[in-house]
Design a binder for this molecule. Structure first.
Ligand SMILES: N[C@@H](CCC(=O)N[C@@H](CS)C(=O)NCC(=O)O)C(=O)O
Length: 260
């Protein structure tokens, strides 16, 4: 089998879900950051304009949940899905809940005020883990890019409080589901824990994160982050990173003759 290839956005929490699954299962893989033409390339590959995309065994798989499902089937050990059907159903329902009700809202909660008050920091943060050129290119588009990004991700100033309330509800849900136990479903680490922690990683910024944010957050976001860090679910997520994030299984790209 060819080495699986991940097209990803280093900062992105949905991409972190997939990197974590690949690393957790110890699957050697390559990673590639796309340029400004990412949208068209992603559409061509999968029919949808989002990353992550995993190329594996001749297939281009889009959406983090589908990618983890494919990895689970092809590389069942160590498992991320519980063996028991009822527990599996619960773990998948939680993954779906976090994908829909935590990931987009957390992105909006951070990026909305950054674009409003500090667009340059926003560009620095969004190009985390990318070559300096990516930041420079986006800087040239600073007049139009924020509007494009808001449109792409359905972000608006008017929705900020609603998005932040949704993030808080998701944190509360983690604690309700956990009921003081170490894991969300059963007594082992599953896709539910991975999804919740990965999606919180961008705000948590734990030491295990492979692509820490490229710029310090301004005081108003530090304050927001500081408030959330008090929530027991954030403590729990930090522990999940510590115990289960592990190290990268990325393999370096072989340079070929003629490569830059
Ligand atoms: N539900 C999707 C969400 C993926 C997603 O929203 N990806 C964002 C990065 S966080 C993206 O590709 N944004 C670029 C765009 O939509 O133009 C998944 O789980 O993969």
């Amino acid at each position: 089998m060819d080495t699986p290839l991940l097209w990803h956005i280093p900062l992105s929490h949905f991409n972190e879900k997939v990197r974590w699954a690949l690393d957790y299962k110890g699957i050697p893989h390559r990673r590639r950051v796309l340029g400004p033409d990412y949208l068209i390339r992603a559409w061509r590959a999968t029919g949808r304009g989002t990353l992550p995309i995993l190329f594996m065994e001749g297939r281009a798989i889009g959406d983090s949940t589908h990618i983890i499902a494919a990895l689970e089937q092809r590389f069942p050990q160590p498992p991320l899905y519980p063996a028991d059907p009822a527990l599996r159903e619960r773990a998948l329902a939680l993954e779906d809940f976090f994908d829909e009700h935590l990931g987009p809202q957390l992105r909006a909660a951070v990026v909305t005020p950054l674009f409003r008050h500090d667009p340059d920091i926003a560009l620095r943060v969004l190009t985390t883990g990318m070559p300096e050129k990516a930041y420079q290119n986006l800087s040239k588009l600073r007049r139009v890019f924020p509007a494009y990004y808001r449109w792409r991700h359905k972000i608006s100033d008017a929705r900020l409080e609603a998005d932040r309330a949704a993030v808080h509800r998701a944190l509360d849900r983690i604690e309700q589901e956990r009921q003081g136990h170490a894991y969300l479903v059963g007594d082992t680490f599953t896709v539910a824990d991975l999804s919740a922690a990965a999606l919180l990683g961008v705000l948590l910024q734990p030491p295990e994160l492979q692509y820490p944010a490229a710029a310090a957050l301004p005081p108003y976001l530090q304050e927001y982050r500081g408030g959330l860090l008090q929530h027991p679910a954030m403590h729990w997520a930090a522990g999940i990173f510590r115990q289960h994030r592990g190290s990268s299984a990325e393999v370096a790209r072989q340079k070929r003759v003629g490569d830059a």
